[in-house]
Design a protein around this ligand. Structure first.
Ligand code: NAP
Length: 301
């Protein structure tokens, strides 16, 4: 029996682990993939205070080491069923049995959204990717495109310039959503921005050879020869199958103390309904959630 189970080992979960351990809790972090969540897949983070530039992997590795040094346990397994409503919360895992605790922090993060066009899943690994830092090097000397206009898409496009012969950034509007500093950087880079356009078809036999584009203003269609298509059109919360906790658009609703609608259940990071999803805000959520869990376990909240 733990005091606290933290689901998710991204910056929110890892920070919650640090605060929980320092607060004297016996905490376990459950992670079904690799430590670090989406931050670990970010090549370069330039807006985490104290680090002018740091690789996402390095930053989360430091957080993990800090957790381990404080005695936080890690279980690398998939949670398959949650029972969060009673005084004792239970998390069934695929291979590690059932974990129990009196409080839970949900820090499961978010997953990339898909375009939802034909052949997208068939060509996954054959040219379609949702992770530029994971797959970019496979496209050395080849033309690639990124879809999206947010921070992720712009960062991916700039990152892919290291490998690809040409990089296209395909955006459905005529203005980027990305932060001004990134938008300026990409406009002054070698990336070709294709404005007002959406991808309507993926072409090629077993491997991607080109994409069909539609200009949303003129209605014209064209073909763009690319071997890689990096989809960066936002994220969806990792809350599939989660019941009993109030959600809004799939995101977990909390108060400012990270309390969900269920007593003893807290949420932190990208999975939470909020406006700014950054490593620093995920970490801050994790700290607040852990402090709230400590108060809850002490009978003070
Ligand atoms: P995002 O900010 O939600 O941007 C998604 C982009 O994809 C938007 O430009 C959107 O177009 C476009 N889009 C959405 N659906 C589409 C579709 N079906 N077809 C074509 N385009 C589509 O997502 P994100 O870039 O993944 O960022 C997620 C969060 O993480 C944000 O809060 C972001 O600030 C944060 N983040 C921050 C950093 C950083 O600070 N360095 C880095 C990465 C991510 P519209 O603009 O027209 O809506």
């Amino acid at each position: 029996m733990y005091d606290l189970i933290i689901l998710g080992a991204g910056p929110a979960g890892l920070t919650a682990g640090i605060y929980a351990a320092r607060g004297g809790l016996n905490a376990v972090i459950v992670e079904s993939k690799a430590v670090g969540g989406q931050a670990a897949l970010t090549a370069e983070i330039e807006n985490y205070p104290g680090f002018a530039s740091v690789s996402g992997y390095e930053l989360v590795s430091l957080m993990q080491a800090q957790c381990e040094a404080l005695g936080v346990s890690f279980v690398f397994d998939a949670p398959v069923a949650l029972a969060l409503e009673g005084d004792v919360k239970r998390v069934d895992t695929a291979y590690s049995g059932t974990l129990e605790a009196r409080a839970v922090i949900l820090a499961t993060g978010a997953l990339p959204r898909t375009l939802g066009i034909e052949r997208e899943s068939e060509l996954l690994g054959g040219g379609v990717s949702y992770c530029a830092t994971c797959d970019g090097a496979f496209f050395r000397g080849k033309p690639v495109a990124v879809v999206g206009g947010g921070n992720t898409a712009v960062e991916d496009a700039l990152y892919l310039e290291k490998f690809a012969s040409e990089v296209y950034l395909i955006h459905r509007r005529d203005a980027l959503r990305a932060d001004a500093i990134l938008a300026d950087r990409v406009k002054n880079s070698g990336v070709h921005i294709v404005w007002d356009s959406v991808v309507t078809a993926l072409d090629g036999d077993k491997k991607l050879q080109s994409v069909t584009l539609k200009n949303v203003k003129s209605g014209d269609t064209s073909s763009l020869a690319v071997n890689g298509l990096f989809v960066a059109v936002g994220q969806k919360p990792a809350t599939e199958g989660l019941t009993g906790v109030e959600l809004d658009g799939g995101y977990i609703v909390t108060d400012s103390e990270m309390r969900t609608s269920l007593p003893g259940v807290f949420a932190a990071g990208d999975v939470r309904k909020k406006t700014l999803r950054q490593v620093v805000t995920a970490a801050a959520d994790g700290a607040v959630a852990a402090e709230s869990a400590i108060k809850f376990l002490n009978g003070a909240a």
